[in-house]
Write a protein that binds this ligand. Sequence first.
Ligand code: CA
Length: 247
Amino acid sequence: MVNLEAAGLTDVGQVRTSNEDAFGYCVEEGVFALCDGMGGAAAGEVASRIAVDTLINQLCAADSHENRRKVLEEAIASANQIVHARAEREAALHGMGTTLVAVAIGGDRALVGHVGDSRCYLYRRGELSRLTHDHSLVDEQVRLGQLTQDEADHSPLRNVITRAIGTQTSVSADIAELALEPDDILLLCSDGLTKELSDDRIEAMLADDGDLDGLCGRLIDAAKAAGGHDNVTAVLAKVRTPNKSVS
Ligand code: CA
């Protein structure tokens, strides 16, 4: 397992009265999760919390010799089943759901699973790249060439997601895999960050060498200064450079 450091922060933003985002991580196990819930009253908060807790508990409990991809797929399926069952059982929670983005690291490899429009980015050698494609109406239209990115960014339908955890009896997650390198930074975030800050802006902020807690705080503050229309959450995981041996 690579040596990691991590930080995470969430904020209600400038407009909303409740925070439906949730995150969790276990740095020793290389497990990170972030969810952005939706539903009436407090239902979104319930959905995102259940999904994060299910993910973290299940991934951390898994034997390190098990197939990591299978473990991640099963944890996402469990999160879906548990949120869905709770929504069916309690009238006040009916229809609740959540996005999910999760990272599971084993050895020097990272698996990134996601459902919905919460994102995972890789920052490597000064460049930011997106590891996830939003499961959203406008992002799918951009990929099909039906909308430009600019049209998508300003569309009244930009908040419509096409997949969610908990709204159906089963869900299909996308899972990507990559080999990590020293000094890589993975950023998990909700759309409250990416709808306020461009990728270029985020890239420039990640270039600022400093502690991860401070970096998380600056990302959140920048999103709030840009409007903070939604709840905003950022989780950072950085691969530490191996200690050079002194002879
Ligand atoms: Ca959101």
